[in-house]
Design a binder for this molecule. Structure first.
Ligand code: PMP
Length: 422
């Protein structure tokens, strides 16, 4: 049965598109390994891991089995007053992987909600600590944290797709995007804005929120670990909570299990999502330390005021547990290192292309930043012709493939990037 594309075009929103003049969509009939199979039979090598999530590839036997085994027991049950093995085992596994001081887990239903919960945790913590005036957040320009309202309020206020809402959102403090690239000598000057802001306003600041090391949808920018280390120290000095949004970077993507590990730091609150469930079902989590959890639990409310209907969905927890166990087997380290090496070698040719401003590689992420914004529909069509699935946006053509991609498949992706950018 083929997809009714006319109906789709007339009635169904796709991400970030118009209903009057939507971008073309490609009907996918199936996916296996690192290949998407279109309804017309064309096979595309996937360079997106479905927006960072499908790190083990598609139709994975172990992940499929986890879902079907759980499905035979129960698809869902509420989490209020009830618990279940998939949630408990997932949280045990997750806590064994994250930086040590994180010890409490809130299971959320998407990345944006995990960010909402992180912000709520920070605000409730300070309310309970008799410092309710600490209500502001610090965020970074070029940052991206999701599409719901509290999350939008910490995305770049002018240079993001949410800028039209800026006036309606809670007003927070924004620092310049870190001006200290990952692979260049660190310059201490880039800490000056954070130091000055904390010195002046710390009584009003609940938390600093940032994407560690990789600013994703704000520009695929990779910044220096020393920035994180110093930001962590400043947060300690000024009694400000440190929230790491590891939704895109978590679970190996940058070459470390969590990007915070590049700087050897641990956050007070951490958000994970995307690869958490191996790209199978919508699931995210917000983790915090004992100290934060104790504070929140002593607040007047007596607990954390959040509880989505599909919290800790057993199917999602079961597949996430299976996905994390695959990651824990540790092949990701060799896989990501090999992908990084191959991306660096094969994408280097574009450094001399007139249209390419910069070529960047970190872990299993390869980026061309172009001088001009790209024509998404045109490039998408060219990529499909070349047998690959790569989704450019703004000035960026980039890949973050499943970790299981073969050398041959990855070469196909890099060759297509070079063809399109030349
Ligand atoms: N934070 C970051 C760093 C992200 O990359 C994203 C997803 N693009 C989100 C939050 C929001 O996650 P979700 O799309 O699952 O709501």
């Amino acid at each position: 049965m083929s997809t009714d594309l006319a109906f789709d075009r007339q009635h169904i929103w796709h991400p970030y598109t118009s209903m009057l003049n939507p971008l073309p969509v490609y009907p996918v009939a199936a996916a296996e390994g690192c290949t998407l199979i279109l309804e017309d039979g064309r096979r595309l090598i996937d360079g997106t891991a479905s927006w960072w999530s499908a790190v083990h590839g598609y139709n994975h036997p172990v992940l499929n089995a986890a879902v079907t085994e759980q499905l035979a027991k129960m698809a869902h049950v509420m989490f209020g007053g009830i618990t279940h093995a998939p949630a408990v085992q997932l949280c045990q596994q997750l806590l064994s992987m994250v930086p040590a001081p994180l010890s409490k887990v809130f299971l959320a239903d998407s990345g944006s909600i995990a960010v909402e919960v992180a912000i709520k945790m920070a605000l409730q913590y300070w309310q309970a600590s008799d410092t309710p005036q600490k209500t502001k957040l610090i965020s970074l320009r070029k940052g991206y944290h999701g599409d719901t309202f509290a999350a939008m309020a910490v995305c770049d206020p002018t240079d993001s797709m949410h800028s039209m809402f800026s006036e309606l959102l809670p007003q927070h403090f924004f620092l310049p995007a870190p001006a200290c690239p990952f692979d260049q000598p660190f310059s201490a000057e880039c800490m000056a804005p954070l130091e000055a802001l904390l010195a002046a306003e710390h009584q009003h600041i609940a938390a600093l929120i940032l994407e560690p090391i990789v600013q994703g949808y704000g520009g695929m920018r990779f910044y220096h670990p020393e920035y994180l280390r110093r930001a962590r120290a400043l947060c300690n000095q000024y009694k400000v909570l440190f929230i790491a949004d590891e939704i895109a970077t978590g679970f190996g993507r940058t070459g470390k299990l969590f990007a915070c590990e590049h700087a050897d730091i641990a956050p007070d609150i951490m958000c994970v999502g995307k690869a958490l469930s191996g790209g199978y079902l919508t699931l995210a989590a917000t983790l915090c330390t004992d100290e934060v959890a104790r504070g929140i639990s002593q607040s007047a409310a007596g607990g954390l005021m959040h509880g989505p209907t599909f919290m800790a969905n057993p199917l999602a927890c079961a597949v996430a547990l299976a996905s994390l166990k695959l990651i824990a087997q540790n092949h990701w380290q060799q896989q990501v290192a090999a992908i990084a090496q191959q991306l660096s070698t094969e994408l280097a040719a574009a450094k001399h292309f007139a249209k390419v401003k910069e070529v960047r590689v970190l872990g299993a992420i390869g980026v061309f930043e172009m001088h001009q914004p790209v024509d998404v529909a045109l490039l998408q069509a060219q990529f499909v012709e070349l047998g690959v699935w790569i989704r450019p946006f703004n000035h960026l053509i980039y890949v973050m493939p499943p970790f299981t991609i073969t050398t041959h498949e990855l070469s196909k992706l890099t060759a297509a990037m070079l063809t399109v950018a030349a």
